[in-house]
Ligand binder design. Structure first.
Ligand SMILES: Cc1cc2nc3c(=O)[nH]c(=O)nc-3n(C[C@H](O)[C@H](O)[C@H](O)COP(=O)(O)OP(=O)(O)OC[C@H]3O[C@@H](n4cnc5c(N)ncnc54)[C@H](O)[C@@H]3O)c2cc1C
Length: 393
């Protein structure tokens, strides 16, 4: 077993760390969407680790992707959300399931940060239960027509390219789901921003689609295969999310160590108090364990081995670890944790997302528990359409 990152990965880690220090941290107080940041991260190859060179990537793989996500999240967890939309759940889903036309048309611009992506699963009545999706995707002969409403769509108000999940027959439940690439700037597509607690670098939107159209070559997989497309996209998205949780938890630790080394109470630095030490040790242990779990799952993906179970464990554990770490950081900072002067309150707000997005903590527990109890194996062979798009070059 080799725990050492290879030279290319160390370079990516160093590049991301330097970028975070020089370009993300100085703008931390500007919470909100920053288009120039998407472009910069695209230019630097941050979104492209898992993509072939011909599609704007570096072909370094998912472990490299995880490492970059962690570093960006350590500086601003909100920017980490972009890695789902500019890498995993939009262009990677198109790479895996899209037609050659769709790949050529959409992937490179998303990976290079020239276009903005969004993923539309959630609806007012369909959150964890994707089979309850009611957005219609109808085959109109020459084109696909989409009608419905989505909610909680990250970057929904700024996206150019959306992967929209809908149903061609609700009675079929998950077997009726379809996934299609939709261009957002067309009549019938409307997006309205809604307010949220944290993760403010990507605006959240409600989307309405009325007779929106997509060419048939924009279908991902086949009609009725959307649930499988979603499950593979979510597995990949969980790598970004779990890595982001580790990065944010690390930021909580960094801030706590700094503060504990400078705050004096009762005539001593608070780091001298065993109760404070214990809290810091708890963070360290959880972060190290979460990081190893995430890297194992990313590594399995790089070996083309099943990793649904492993990424569910990693995402669940890292989600709990970051929420606990953000709580501890607040505690270590005392009143200053509650102040808007420092970043700790932002960490606290951002942390809760990691128990919700890309499958809630409970959904991860169900998946892990079903697997352990022999009820449903998580790492089942899937009909994997795009056996290897890596052969394309
Ligand atoms: C900041 C943010 C960004 C997001 N971005 C996107 C995005 O870009 N695209 C998108 O499509 N969605 C997005 N979402 C939505 C997110 O994917 C959903 O919130 C998530 O899937 C949960 O769905 P829900 O909110 O409807 O909760 P629900 O599914 O209603 O769950 C509510 C509670 O019930 C629990 N629960 C549900 N079913 C079960 C069960 N069977 N067993 C046990 N417990 C259960 C859940 O774990 C949770 O605790 C985003 C959400 C947030 C907060």
């Amino acid at each position: 077993m080799d725990f050492e990152l290879n030279e290319e990965m160390k370079i990516m880690q160093e590049t991301a760390r330097r970028f975070a220090e020089r370009e993300i941290l100085p703008r931390m107080k500007e919470e909100g969407f920053k288009r120039d940041m998407v472009a910069r991260m695209g230019e630097l190859g941050f979104f492209g680790c898992a993509f072939p060179v011909r599609f704007g990537g570096s072909d370094l793989g998912f472990l490299a992707h995880s490492i970059v996500c962690e570093e960006v999240s350590r500086a601003d967890s909100g920017l980490r959300s972009l890695f789902n939309l500019q890498s995993m759940t939009v262009p990677y889903a198109i790479m895996e399931w899209g037609t050659p036309e769709a790949r050529e048309k959409y992937v490179t611009d998303l990976v290079l940060g020239k276009k903005i992506g969004c993923t539309c699963f959630s609806e007012p009545d369909a959150g964890s239960d994707l089979a309850a999706i009611s957005t219609r995707i109808d085959d109109r002969g020459d084109y696909l027509e989409i009608n419905g409403a989505k909610t909680w769509i990250s970057n929904g108000t700024v996206a150019d390219t959306a992967v929209v999940y809908g149903t061609c027959d609700r009675s079929l439940k998950h077997r009726g789901l379809c996934a299609v690439v939709v261009e957002t700037g067309q009549a019938g597509w409307t997006a309205r921003e809604t307010a949220k607690l944290g993760d403010k670098s990507s605006p959240i939107a409600e989307i309405h689609m009325e007779n929106v159209r997509a060419p048939k070559e924009n279908l991902l997989g086949e009609m009725g295969q959307g649930f499988t497309v979603a499950m593979t996209a979510l597995d990949r998205g969980r790598i970004s999310v779990a890595s982001g949780a580790v990065g944010l938890a690390q930021a909580c630790l960094d801030a706590s160590v700094t503060y504990a080394n400078q705050r004096v109470q009762f005539g001593k630095l608070i780091r001298e108090y065993q109760l404070v030490k214990g809290l810091v040790a708890e963070m360290v242990s959880q972060i190290e364990a979460a990081r190893l779990l995430v890297r194992r799952a990313a590594w399995l993906n790089d070996q083309d081995r099943p990793f649904t179970r492993e990424i569910a464990i990693a995402k669940y554990f890292a989600g709990e670890a970051v929420v606990r770490s953000a709580g501890i950081a607040m505690e270590v900072h005392g009143g200053m944790g509650y102040s808007l002067e420092l970043q700790v309150e932002k960490y606290y707000r951002d942390s809760k997302l990691y128990q919700v997005g890309e499958g809630t903590a409970n959904i991860m527990r169900l998946l892990i528990g079903d697997d352990a109890l022999g009820i449903k194996k998580a790492n089942r062979p899937r009909i994997h359409v795009p056996s290897s798009f890596r052969d394309l070059d």
